[in-house]
Design a protein around this ligand. Structure first.
Ligand code: ADP
Ligand code: MG
Length: 781
C-alpha cells in the first residue's frame, strides 16, 4: 500500500534520529524502497514526489552538519505533506433536508423503525451516536489478488468471471451452490451453503469481486460463503477500506455498512467545535475528516490519523469540562483567607509519639496554603492505607478551629465515624477543642441538642456520615469539610456545600490509591496532594498464596499468633450459603472457626446486620473482646486495630485487587510483623493466579491499583455505584496517558477563566452533550 511505502521512508528517518542509521545510510535505504515499489509509486502518480525525496536524501551525504539538519527538517516536512495527500477532501453534499445531531437514527436512509430498534440496542439513538460509533476493525479491499498468487488462509479480494456453476442438493436440509471463477491466472471454487437466493445475483458469465478466506485443499483453491460484489467490468471494482462494526442479532455487516455510508454522507452539516488552537497544536484532522476516517478511511494512514484525532478530541473535551468545573468552583472567592496561628497544631505535633514523614509535612503545607488563600480549597489527599492521612487532616482541622471556624469530618459508614470520633476526640481534648459525633443512630434528643450547639458554635468539630451536611444542620461558621472516603464526592455535592452560603475549604481523602492518569482524569477538577511515603518502622505485610488443601497449616499459624495475644481476620465473599455460587460463606465459616479455635472468642460481621449491631461487634473486636473476626468485605475501609496481625482471605479471586489491598491494610497497623494469606482453590485459572501472585509481591497501593486497572478496566476498577466516570470510546486511560496530559496542559493554557468559553457556542453545546450528566457540568455551564 502506498502509505505503507511512505511509512517506510519515515521509519528510516526515525532510525536516523535514534542514531541507528547514519547520514550516509539514508539515500541507499530510500533508493531501495523506491526501487522495490516503483510500480505502486507510478500508479499513484507519485514518481515526481519520490524523486524529490531522493534528491533530498542524496543531498544529506554532501553537506556539513548545520545544513544537513536543515535539509533533514525539510525532508521530514515533505514526508508529512506526502501523507496528507492521502487524506480526504471535505465532504460536500447538498443538504436535502434539515438534519441535526439529534435526528433520530430511524430517519436515515436504509434504517427505518425496525433497524432503528436494533441500533438503539447498541446505544445508537441519533445521528450523532452513529458518527462516534467505532468500528471494531477494518478490512482492506483495495488490493486485488490474482488467483494464482492467493495463499492458503489469506483473506483476499479476487476478481473473476463465473465459468461454471452447479447446485447440489445434499439432503433436505442442505443445498450447496458451487461456482467456478476464473481470472487470467487460475481458477477457484466458490461455495455457498443454503443461500439459494444467491443464484439471483451470480450465474454463468457474471463478473464479480469476492472477498473471503482462501482454503487450499487437495490442489483446489476454495472460498466459502464470501462477500461479493457484482461488477460490470473488471475495472468496476471499488477499492476501499471497509469498517467492521460490532453487530447485534438482526443486523448484518452489510446492512450496517450501508447505513454507515449514508450516515457519513450526512456529516456535511457538521461544524468543527474544537478551537483552532488545538487542531493546530496537535495536528488534528478536522471534524468531517476525522469522522470519515473513522468509518471509511481512504488509507490506513487516514484511519490512524482519524483515531488519533478522535482520542485528542475526547481528551480535550473532557479536560475542558473538568477544568471549567474547577474554575467555576473557584469563582466564588472566600470572603477571607483563614488566619493560621499554628500554636495549637504545634502543641499537637509535640504530643505525637512519632515524627511526621516528609510527605506528611509537605501535604500539610499544601493544605495550609489553600486555607490561607482567598480561593476555596478543593483538594484531594491521596495516600496508601496506613500512610497517615488522618494525622494530616487533624492538623488542618486544628488550625481551622484555632482560626475561629468549625470543621466537619465525613466518613462513609457509622462504624468508621465512631472509630474516628474515638480517636480524634481523644486527640483534641487536651487542645481544648470540642468534638461531637452525629450519625443515624444518635438518639433524637441528642441530635437536637447537637444541632443546637453546632448552630451556637459550641462544637468545634463534628464527625459523622454524609448526613451531617445534607440534613438540616446549621453551623455557626463552617470553615472546613474533610471527606474521608473512597467514593467520589460529586461536583454537585460540592456545589451544594458552596451554596450553603459560606465557602468551606474541602479536603477529600481517598483510601484507594489510584494511578496518576486516573487521578488526573477523575479528580481532575481538584488539586492533588500525595502521601507517597510510609511512616518509618512499618514492617511490610507478608502476603502468601496458599492452596486450600494446606488450610490446616494456616490454622496452626493462626493458633500461634493467637497465643501471642494477636488478632485475626477471616474474610469471605458471601454472607450466607448461595444456591448459585459454590463458595464458602462467612456465616458457616464462623461456626466452623469458633469450633476450630474454641479457646478463643470469635465474632461475625457482615453487611446484613443492623448497623447498631455492626458497631457493637467492631467495638468488641477493637477492645479485644473478640480474638478473631469472621467477616465479609464490610471491614474494608479505615478500621484500625493495632494488634491485628493476620488477614486470611478465602476466594480472593472474588475481590478486586484494590479491595484486597484495602483488606490487607487492616493488618500491619502496629509495630508487629503482619501476614496476609490468600487461599487459592483449584478452580482459579492461571491468569488470576498470576495476578494474585503479582499482588502478593508488592505492598505499594499505587502499583496494586495499576495492576488492577490493567486487568479490569476503569469502569470496574471504580465499582458500579461510582458516578462521575465518563465512558471513553477512543481513549485508553493507560496507553493514552501522554495524550491526556498534553491535552490537559493545553486546556489549562486555553481556559484560564470560565468566561473564555463565552462565545464558543458550538463547543459549549458539545460539552453539554458529552458531559452534561456524567460530571454534572449541567449545574455550572
Ligand atoms: P490512613 O488513614 O492513611 O490509612 P492513618 O492516618 O489512620 O492512616 O495512620 C495509620 C497509623 O499510623 C495510625 O495509627 C497513626 O497514628 C500512625 N501514623 C501516622 N503517621 C505516622 C508517622 N509519621 N509515623 C509513625 N506512625 C504514624
Ligand atoms: Mg484513614
Amino acid at each position: 500500500m502506498i502509505e505503507e511505502i511512505i511509512d517506510s521512508f519515515e521509519y528510516i528517518i526515525i532510525l536516523k534520529e535514534k542514531n541507528i542509521k547514519t547520514w550516509e545510510d539514508i539515500f541507499p535505504s530510500f533508493y531501495r524502497i523506491a526501487k522495490n515499489n516503483i510500480k505502486e509509486i507510478k500508479e499513484h502518480g507519485l514518481l515526481d514526489d519520490i524523486k524529490k525525496l531522493l534528491t533530498y536524501a542524496k543531498a544529506l551525504e554532501k553537506f556539513d552538519e548545520t545544513n544537513r539538519n536543515k535539509i533533514f527538517d525539510n525532508l521530514k516536512q515533505y514526508i508529512v505533506s506526502l501523507k496528507e495527500k492521502f487524506l480526504v477532501d471535505e465532504i460536500i453534499v447538498p443538504p436535502e433536508k434539515k438534519l441535526s445531531l439529534f435526528t433520530d437514527i430511524k430517519y436515515v436512509k436504509n434504517v427505518g423503525p425496525k433497524r432503528a430498534a436494533l441500533l438503539n440496542k447498541m446505544g445508537i439513538e441519533c445521528l450523532n451516536d452513529f458518527f462516534y460509533f467505532p468500528p471494531r476493525d477494518y478490512e482492506d479491499r483495495r488490493k486485488v489478488t490474482k488467483i494464482f498468487n492467493a495463499k492458503d488462509g489469506e483473506k483476499v479480494v479476487i476478481i473473476g468471471k463465473i465459468v461454471n456453476y452447479e447446485e447440489v442438493k445434499i439432503n433436505k436440509d442442505l443445498t450447496i451452490l458451487n461456482y467456478s471463477v476464473e481470472d487470467d491466472t487460475g481458477i477457484i471454487r466458490i461455495t455457498f451453503f443454503n443461500q439459494i437466493y444467491i443464484k439471483n445475483y451470480l450465474s454463468k458469465g457474471t463478473i464479480a469481486a469476492f472477498y473471503g478466506k482462501i482454503e487450499y485443499t487437495y490442489g483446489v483453491k476454495q472460498m466459502k460463503s464470501p462477500d461479493f460484489q457484482v461488477l460490470n467490468t473488471q475495472d468496476d471494482f471499488q477499492k476501499e477500506i471497509l469498517p467492521v462494526y460490532p453487530l447485534t442479532a438482526g443486523l448484518t455487516q452489510n446492512i450496517i455498512r450501508n447505513i454507515s455510508r449514508e450516515v457519513v454522507n450526512q456529516t456535511f452539516f457538521l461544524e468543527e467545535f474544537l478551537p483552532n488552537d488545538f487542531i493546530e497544536e496537535f495536528n488534528l484532522l478536522t471534524l468531517k475528516k476525522r469522522l470519515k476516517g473513522l468509518h471509511f478511511p481512504l488509507s490506513f494512514y487516514h484511519k490512524n490519523r482519524a483515531l488519533y484525532s478522535l482520542k485528542y478530541e475526547e481528551a480535550i473535551l473532557f479536560e475542558l469540562a473538568i477544568i471549567y468545573v474547577k474554575l467555576k468552583l473557584k469563582e466564588n472567592k472566600k470572603t477571607e483567607g483563614k488566619q493560621i496561628k499554628g500554636e495549637l497544631s504545634n502543641k499537637f505535633i509535640d504530643m505525637l509519639n512519632f515524627e511526621l514523614t516528609d510527605a506528611q509535612k509537605r501535604c500539610y503545607e499544601e493544605i495550609k496554603n489553600d486555607l490561607t488563600s482567598y480561593y476555596p480549597m478543593n483538594r484531594l489527599l491521596q495516600g496508601d492505607v496506613g500512610s497517615g492521612k488522618t494525622v494530616v487532616s487533624e492538623l488542618a482541622v486544628i488550625d481551622v478551629c484555632e482560626a475561629g471556624y468549625q470543621s466537619a469530618i465525613m466518613v462513609p459508614t457509622s462504624v468508621l465515624a465512631k472509630q474516628q470520633f474515638n480517636r480524634i476526640s481523644k486527640d483534641f481534648e487536651p487542645l481544648g477543642l470540642k468534638t461531637e459525633l452525629l450519625i443515624g443512630e444518635t438518639k433524637e434528643n441528642d441530635k437536637i441538642a447537637i444541632k443546637e450547639r453546632l448552630k451556637n458554635g459550641e462544637i468545634d468539630v463534628i464527625i459523622g456520615t454524609h448526613a451531617i451536611i445534607q440534613e438540616d444542620v446549621e453551623f455557626k461558621k463552617l470553615g472546613f469539610v474533610v471527606i474521608d472516603e473512597q467514593q467520589r464526592f460529586g461536583v454537585n455535592q460540592r456545589l451544594q456545600l458552596i451554596k450553603k452560603g459560606n465557602q468551606p475549604d474541602i479536603l477529600v481523602m481517598t483510601a484507594t490509591p489510584i494511578p496518576r492518569t486516573l487521578a488526573m482524569t477523575f479528580y481532575g477538577d481538584m488539586d492533588v496532594s500525595v502521601l507517597d511515603e510510609m511512616p518509618k518502622g512499618r514492617k511490610p505485610i507478608k502476603t502468601f498464596l496458599v492452596p486450600d488443601s494446606k488450610m490446616n497449616s494456616v490454622y496452626r499459624f493462626v493458633k500461634q499468633e493467637l497465643d501471642q495475644n494477636n488478632q485475626i481476620f477471616f474474610i469471605y465473599p458471601l454472607v450466607e450459603e448461595s444456591e448459585t455460587l459454590d463458595l464458602k460463606n462467612a456465616t458457616e465459616m464462623y461456626e466452623k472457626l469458633a469450633h476450630v479455635f474454641n479457646d478463643y472468642k470469635v465474632g461475625l460481621l457482615h453487611g446484613k446486620l443492623p448497623s447498631s449491631e455492626k458497631n457493637e461487634i467492631m467495638d468488641k473486636f477493637m477492645k479485644k473482646e473478640y480474638n478473631i473476626l469472621v467477616a465479609t468485605s464490610v471491614v474494608e475501609v479505615g478500621i484500625d486495630v493495632p494488634d491485628a496481625t493476620v488477614m486470611v482471605i478465602e476466594h480472593p479471586d472474588r475481590f478486586g485487587l484494590s479491595q484486597l489491598h484495602q483488606l490487607r491494610g487492616r493488618v500491619g497497623r502496629g509495630k508487629k510483623q503482619s501476614y496476609c494469606f490468600l487461599i487459592i482453590d483449584k478452580k482459579i485459572n492461571r491468569e488470576t493466579r498470576q495476578k494474585l501472585s503479582a499482588f502478593s509481591k508488592t505492598n505499594d497501593g499505587f502499583k496494586v491499583a495499576e495492576i488492577d486497572l490493567q486487568w479490569r478496566g476503569p469502569g470496574k476498577f471504580f465499582g458500579v455505584e461510582q458516578h462521575g466516570i465518563p465512558e471513553f470510546k477512543f481513549l485508553d486511560l493507560i496507553e493514552d496517558f501522554s495524550i491526556i496530559s498534553q491535552s490537559r496542559k493545553k486546556v489549562e493554557q486555553f481556559l484560564v477563566n470560565p468566561d473564555d468559553l463565552k462565545n464558543l457556542e458550538r463547543l459549549k453545546s458539545e460539552l453539554k452533550i458529552r458531559y452534561g450528566n456524567s460530571i454534572e457540568l449541567i449545574h455550572v455551564l
